[in-house]
Design a protein around this ligand. Structure first.
Ligand code: DUC
Ligand code: ZN
Ligand code: ZN
Length: 487
């Protein structure tokens, strides 16, 4: 009798904590059994292959305008197709508010686009650029109630940055209503001052971008945001961490018991500032913020991933084409201040880490699963529906051929950016068959997913979001006087 819809037969199932030689039985889109001798209507032969939870990418920008109003190259179709080809079956992009936007309208627009086009499941974070009274009192609580349980704020960019006071306002709402605050931590004054001087001197090539975003500007902002979060007792997640100094500051905060989560991305493991230093404007292809640094910083990121200081490894996919629609609004004359910041990475995030992490012996397969999938689901309130292979979880599964050799070119990736910063890299190990809720969406290089099949994932409160209940001395004094701050 065929008990299950699909059996994945003979593979090695790997989760964040276990490695088992077992079949997987799938029914109604969920993992229904792990064991031997299962039978199903359809069988997928996986002998010699690795059966991993599909990736969860908790940081990517899809159909989003940059702070200058430049549209990214991917829509929810191309972005999610690209994700699926790279073994990622859940994404959490942003609904981005710009200063004049009303949050409910922003949310409705992103929801409509994703619903019509996404081929894998998705949730959303918000980007908040204007935390006015209405946003704080009504719009944020409403969004949280809809399951949008994380907001990103910026400490830099003229059109996005919040003052420390505004940040504290947003933190208070996040703490009170159970949302995670994600932070782009760079010191705005330092970057603007340096960039202004360099532009005045005519030093406008892409390589000056990396100079203006100093390591110290990241370290200062990370330190400041941790201090602000401690004042409010609000868990935070610092995105795209790139420096040894920043990682060390986070490590120390975690050692003090603070709920400071952190993320790094492929560009900080596999690129350096030397990649940006190319003739003309070619280096723009590698410009992102913060910028890639050097080999010592790459090592610090690897160490942070290995020892858990860095909680998650995300793509920060921010796709801009190398033409006037994207990185180069003024063609060859575009200055580093005018270039959209960001690099693509949705599709290659996992394969790069597999080759240079797992195959190179830097991380174990279980750590690979934790960093690319499980911890994202746990931190953002999607676990155990997503992020693992366990009875009851969604059958979001990537079957990897650990020996498949792939040479990366712009033509091998499926996003709309038109280039990849990893052109020419030789990778070993690839997700050959990818399932989303039990349906095969990619097999042997072919897509079999319908536009719009992806579903929105509302997120639940979870442990990661719970405040510590610890007060700095002044807050404790207010409580002792029976005059605590109102949330
Ligand atoms: N921050 C991001 O997270 N992505 C792209 C650009 C940026 O500044
Ligand atoms: Zn950012
Ligand atoms: Zn980003």
């Amino acid at each position: 009798m065929n008990t299950y819809d699909t059996i994945i037969r003979g593979g090695t199932v790997v989760t964040a904590t276990e490695t088992l030689l077992t079949d997987v039985g799938i029914k109604d889109g969920k993992v229904a059994a792990l064991g031997q001798g299962l039978s199903g209507v359809r069988e997928i032969e996986a002998t010699g292959k690795l059966v991993l939870p599909g990736g969860v990418d908790s940081h990517c920008h899809i159909e989003q305008l940059s702070s200058f109003g430049i549209p990214g190259a991917d829509d929810f179709y191309s972005g999610t197709v690209s994700a699926a080809f790279g073994g990622t079956t859940t994404i959490i992009p942003f609904c981005a508010q710009h200063r004049d936007d009303e949050l409910p309208v922003v949310l409705a627009n992103y929801f409509a686009s994703a619903q019509a086009k996404a081929v894998v499941d998705y949730s959303f974070h918000l980007i908040i650029a204007n935390p006015n009274e209405r946003t704080l009192a009504t719009d944020l609580p409403t969004a949280i109630g809809q399951g949008v349980r994380s907001f990103k704020i910026f400490m830099t960019y003229d059109r996005m940055l919040l003052t420390d006071q505004q940040i504290l306002d947003v933190m208070s709402v996040a703490r009170r209503d159970g949302a995670l605050l994600m932070v782009h931590a760079e010191n705005h004054g330092m970057i603007s001052w340096l960039a202004g001087k360099m532009v005045k001197q005519g030093n406008v090539a892409p390589r000056y971008h990396a100079i203006s975003h100093t390591r110290s500007s990241e370290a200062e902002a990370i330190n400041r945001i941790i201090v602000l979060a401690e004042l409010v007792d609000c868990p935070i997640l610092i995105v795209h961490v790139s420096t040894p100094e920043g990682i060390e500051t986070i490590r120390q905060a975690q050692a003090r018991g603070l709920k400071v989560y952190a993320e790094t991305c492929p560009q900080y493991l596999f690129l350096t500032a030397k990649d940006i230093d190319r003739p003309g404007v070619q280096g723009a292809a590698f410009c992102c913020s913060p910028p890639p640094r050097d080999e010592a910083a790459q090592e610090a990121c690897w160490k942070g991933l290995k020892d858990g200081t860095l909680t998650v490894y995300s793509s920060d996919h921010a796709p801009y084409r190398m033409d006037a629609t994207g990185k180069l609004p003024n063609g060859e004359k575009t200055t580093f201040k005018e270039m959209a910041n960001g690099v693509p990475g949705l599709e290659l995030r996992l394969p790069l880490l597999f080759t240079f992490g797992v195959k190179a012996g830097r991380i174990t397969l279980n750590e690979f699963v934790a960093l690319t999938s499980t911890r994202h689901a746990q931190t953002y309130g999607l676990y155990p529906q997503k992020g693992t292979i366990a009875v009851g979880s969604d059958a979001d599964i990537a079957i990897w051929d650990p020996e498949l050799h792939v040479k990366i070119t712009a033509d091998t990736v499926h996003d709309n950016t038109g280039y990849t910063p990893y052109d020419g890299r030789e990778l070993t190990g690839w997700p050959v068959t990818v399932l989303s809720r039990g349906e095969v969406v990619v097999d042997d290089g072919k897509l079999s997913a319908e536009r719009g099949r992806g579903r929105f994932l509302p997120r639940q409160p979870n442990d990661a979001l719970a405040p510590l209940g610890r007060q700095i001395p002044e807050m404790a004094q207010l409580s002792a006087w029976n005059t605590p701050l109102q949330p």
